[in-house]
Design a protein around this ligand. Sequence first.
Ligand code: SAM
Ligand code: ZN
Length: 422
Amino acid sequence: MLSLSLKPVTPFTHQTPKSPTSTKCCISERGHCFDIGDTFFRHESATGRDLGVLAAAIYKKSHNALRVLDAMCGCGIRSLRYLAEADADFVMANDANEEYGSVITGNLERAGKGYGENKRWVITHSDANRVLTECYLRRDYFDFIDIDSFGSDSSFLRSALGAVKLDGFLYLTSTDGFSSGGHRPLHSLAAYGAYVRPMPYSNEIGLRMLIGGAVREASVLGYHVVPLFSYYSYHGPVFRVMLRVRRGKHPDNRHYSFISYCSRCGNSYAISWDKLSAIGCSCNANVPGSLIVSGPLWTGPLHSAPFLTEMLNLAEQWGWTGNGTGKQLEKLLNQMMDESDPKLPFGYIKLDEVASRAKVNSPSLGTVLSILHKEGYAASRSHIASNAIKTNCLMADCVRIVRELQQCTASENEKYQQVVEA
Ligand SMILES: C[S@@+](CC[C@H](N)C(=O)[O-])C[C@H]1O[C@@H](n2cnc3c(N)ncnc32)[C@H](O)[C@@H]1O
Ligand SMILES: [Zn+2]
């Protein structure tokens, strides 16, 4: 069995083709060489693959078993990494495109042969829904199912929930930034059961829309899902969520509700189902169109802090943190951990919005964070938006803080100027 601490540390590189006429590229990711041929492959998804592998390795460690279904495997890089890094006992690598077969085979052979008594992998070419449903019908359940899909295709949710083991992990995807941006509410309603309107933190809404869709599908089967981490990447955009599937109803129904944003006061609130008839904002704005309501969406935590701690520890053990590309992964995991503070509500506030309401220049994010903490508010950066904060401080207080900051800075500047002139 591979040791969890013996992992390659090589950063991502893209080597030039071996010959100018060759259409095959030898790519390297985390020390694994593989070909992409004419398959769909994006370097930018490497972080999503890292996160998936870390989660799978933690699962293997705690369950001493790991059967992975990579339902849309492309060239098979994820499958290879689940085998080689997460020490998967078995991987089913599926991609509907039969023409990818030889590339996938070549890549998975790097992890050992896929036949014989102890075969560790198999390749199939079928529609993901068919594969998942056939696994369910055979009672061939998987510990970990990765669905790296395009757009807002949510038709896999039910079949994936049927094929995953209880307590197993589902790694879901949406790349539909249009729906999360609130630009086609009827489409998000059809795909995820959520009527999504434009909100200032739309990329977080994208994650909450995807989790919410899984919550709904899971509840049909008498299950609930627990988000282990949620990851937004602007390349695409890509929304990825890792969910643990549990038996029974969710212990806390509060986390699947509606979200309101008031453009007049800038505050957001969660609206429970029983308060739908009394939707309004505490600022009592009667301005038509000032209150935007989206939902139902997942309003609970985006991540599990203990799970992220395990991921960070493992990343450190594997040499995936520290310098170079490691710095990015470490920063991301730390930011996700900060976002896991249970006192933090959904959404984030863009500093530009605060500054524009306060009619001042945009302040330094670090300074605003430290003032919020000093005043006793929960506050963190958001891994989703670089110039935004997650906080339980209402907009009016954020505005006061940045105004005071500006005044303080102005008078300090004045003092400094006087010293310089004297
Ligand atoms: C985003 S790419 C996968 C990339 C790959 N997972 C990676 O990390 O490099 C999606 C893949 O899904 C395949 N695909 C699209 N629709 C599918 C379906 N309904 N069932 C199975 N595979 C499908 C495509 O051929 C494509 O290779
Ligand atoms: Zn309001």
